[in-house]
Design a protein around this ligand. Structure first.
Ligand code: SF4
Length: 278
């Protein structure tokens, strides 16, 4: 009698254990699926377009390059030269020119390899807001690419690059649309990020200048940073045609000469006009 009783107890205990183990496995499986989904969403990059052209701005003007343009930017500046790259991905689902897609770093590198140029410009939108950029730059370095990153300097992630092109936004970039101006003002000024990028990378600081008042603002802005090399400060006229650019150059160039900064024309406007993918 005692033996039958102990067999029943053992059976019940074993059954309970199996049941518990089974539930645990099911829970684990669900959790892993969630992690996979999270990884997929987080570690991919929404790329709007990949194309080749000549770098039109900054210290490496004239360099033939492959441009990787990411989608999405929190700032939505008034004078954004790539408004089609500001939206988040759901707003842009129907992008018709093809390459707008959520790609892994490996897929992006695969497309870059087809274009056979040694220099890659990762631009946006704001490319630093995508965590996948870290892996993308690491892979590109494995293939010996020279890399420029173009950023507004509001996000700091440990990328690899040869030129960190930082374009801090001045008050002239604040959007006029109600609601967007507040978010813009809250996000555009991140001196701790800009300083950290300047210390860690070969950098250029590229300011978009619209009116003479902006020059004072740039001076005040630069006072906050240590070790600014004046030749790496570039002043670029806010213009989408050659005539406006020339007009603004007439007062920007003397200021640059006085301070040791560099005048930075938007050469792509002169070479190609105000066109996308240039
Ligand atoms: S930071 Fe650059 S991409 Fe973003 S809205 Fe401003 S100009 Fe456009």
């Amino acid at each position: 009698m005692y033996e039958i009783f102990s067999d029943i107890v053992i059976y019940v205990l074993f059954y309970t254990y199996l049941k518990f183990f089974n539930n645990y496995c099911e829970l684990l499986r669900k959790r892993l699926t969630e992690i996979e989904i999270i990884n997929y969403v987080t570690f991919a990059m929404w790329v709007l377009e990949i194309y080749q052209s000549k770098q039109g701005e900054g210290l490496w003007t004239g360099k033939y390059s492959i441009f990787v343009r990411t989608l999405g930017c929190a700032l939505r500046c008034r004078y954004c030269d790539t408004p089609y790259a500001q939206q988040d991905r759901t707003e842009n689902e129907n992008e018709e020119d093809g390459i707008g897609a959520n790609l892994s770093a490996e897929e992006i590198v695969g497309r870059i390899l087809l274009l056979e140029l040694p220099h890659v410009v990762i631009t946006g939108g704001e490319p630093m807001q995508s965590p996948e950029i870290v892996e993308l730059t690491r892979l590109l370095k494995d293939f010996d690419y020279q890399i420029t990153i173009e950023t507004s300097g509001i996000v700091d992630v440990p990328v690899l690059c040869d030129l960190m092109s930082i374009s801090p936004k001045l008050s002239n970039s604040t959007p006029l649309k109600a609601g967007r101006d507040i978010a813009h003002e809250q996000n555009r000024f991140r001196p701790e990020v800009v300083q950290s990028l300047m210390l860690r990378y070969n950098y250029q600081l590229k300011f978009v200048v619209d009116t003479p008042n902006d020059l004072n603002e740039i001076e005040e802005y630069l006072k906050r940073f240590q070790g600014v090399v004046s030749e790496r400060v570039l002043l670029m006229p806010q213009a989408i045609d050659a005539r406006t650019m020339t007009e603004k150059a007439s007062w920007i160039i003397p200021f640059c000469e006085q301070r040791g900064y560099q005048y930075c024309p938007r050469m792509q406007i002169i070479w190609y006009g105000n066109k996308r993918r240039t």
